[in-house]
Design a binder for this molecule. Structure first.
Ligand code: AKG
Ligand code: FE2
Length: 384
């Protein structure tokens, strides 16, 4: 058996109900027939591995590597919060929700939500589109490559001079999704691609906005109007992450430790574990929870709250046997609006001073270091 056979991508595990399409599952798998035929559909990274082992660009310095495996879940779980009351609007339940989310933001900067109102069927559909996309041959995917200065398209996260063991497909609030669709399927045989994207974008944006209002209510400031300017017009980046199985997962990383740069992230981590979050200096592996989204505070929200809510480091680790897809939706303010802390939160801070100088999201994202660890601090230093 060719080497790739032992690192078969499996998307048809029992618990993996959302990608239960056998055709998709077999497509993403590397069959022995395909191996014999020259692996045309082989994962890009696994193909490189077969040619020359784990190349140096994927071998990360020891201090960046995870010692915690993808499935070493702890008993400690990030808070799981039921959002049913967002649909019903029940005032008592809403007050309880505000308190729960406040506590989760203060203690963790990360929480999971269930009964969030985004149909699970829609999440599955987008996940299946992602599986299909990443299963395309490199040559096809490269037709929609994310070039220098172009925020959308196929590429990988550049968080370091080392490469992550992952591929990404980036979308923003722009018409490029139609170009992607036309370029990848010139005969127009995948109308679901752009439709699913739009539906997901609308559903998750609405959820993020509702969550922002709950988060803001939990800040306990008298006057919340400061936040309106960041919510009346918003932008978002949506990234599909694909982590192929890795023959030597302990030497590489799926996505290195980073903080997200936006307001709130809505992450569907899929059915295979891999997301890890830092809590009081310890890494914790987050057990996937069917249909849930993981929500985290981003750097911009940290800045707006003058550090009251922290943007928490997290990472994705890879494993030997299972491919993993995650869907990360980065909800953000518009690019040109100055971001500065709420005056009441400045006053309430022990120093009574703003921790952050005003900046625009555009300046922040165009700084090359957008997703490195401590981005906000590094960025702030560069403004001085
Ligand atoms: O794949 C994951 O679980 C984490 C993804 C993530 O942190 C990101 O895309 O920023
Ligand atoms: Fe992230």
């Amino acid at each position: 058996m060719a080497m790739a056979g032992s690192f078969r991508t499996s998307f048809n595990d029992d618990h993996h109900h959302t990608v239960d399409d056998a055709a998709t599952a077999s497509k993403i798998s590397s069959s022995e027939e395909e191996d014999a035929a020259g692996d045309e559909d082989e994962d890009v990274l696994l193909e490189q591995y077969k040619q020359g082992g784990l190349s140096d660009t994927y071998v990360w310095p020891v201090h960046h590597r995870a010692t915690l495996r993808h499935d070493e879940f702890s008993d400690m779980e990030i808070p799981v919060i039921d959002l049913s009351c967002l649909q019903t609007g029940d005032p008592t339940a809403m007050n309880a929700l505000v308190a729960e989310i406040r506590a989760a933001c203060l203690e963790w900067g990360f929480f999971q939500v269930i009964n969030h109102g985004v149909p699970l069927e829609l999440i599955s559909r987008v996940q299946k589109q992602a599986v299909d996309f990443f299963s395309l041959p490199l040559e096809e995917k490269s037709k929609v490559a994310k070039g220098p200065g172009k925020p959308t398209g196929y590429g990988f996260a550049t968080l370091s001079d080392k490469k992550p063991w992952s591929e990404g497909f980036y979308f923003a609030d722009d018409p490029s999704v139609d170009d992607f669709s036309r370029t990848l399927w010139p005969q127009g045989n995948n109308p679901d691609f752009a439709d699913s994207y739009r539906e997901y974008d609308a559903g998750v944006k609405a959820l993020a906005l509702k969550l922002m209002h709950v988060v803001i209510a939990g800040l306990e400031v008298d006057d919340t109007t400061h936040f309106n300017q960041y919510l009346t017009k918003c932008s978002a980046l949506f990234r599909w992450n694909y982590y192929p199985p890795c023959p030597e997962p302990e030497k590489t990383v799926g996505l290195t430790a980073h903080t997200d740069y936006n307001l709130l992230t809505v992450l569907h981590q899929g059915e295979i574990g891999g997301l890890q979050v830092e809590k009081d200096g310890q890494w914790i592996a987050i057990r996937p929870r069917e249909g849930a989204f993981a929500i985290n505070v981003g750097d911009t929200l940290q800045a707006l709250t003058n550090g009251k809510y922290k943007s928490v480091p997290h990472r994705a680790v890879v494993n030997r046997s299972d491919a993993r897809i995650s869907l990360a939706y980065f909800f953000a303010p518009t690019k040109s609006i100055p971001i500065y802390p709420h005056p009441e939160l400045v006053e309430a801070h022990e120093t009574g001073a703003p921790l952050y100088r005003p900046f625009t999201f555009e300046e922040f994202t165009s700084a090359k270091i957008v997703q490195a660890l401590n981005t906000l601090d590094q960025f702030q230093l560069s403004l001085r």
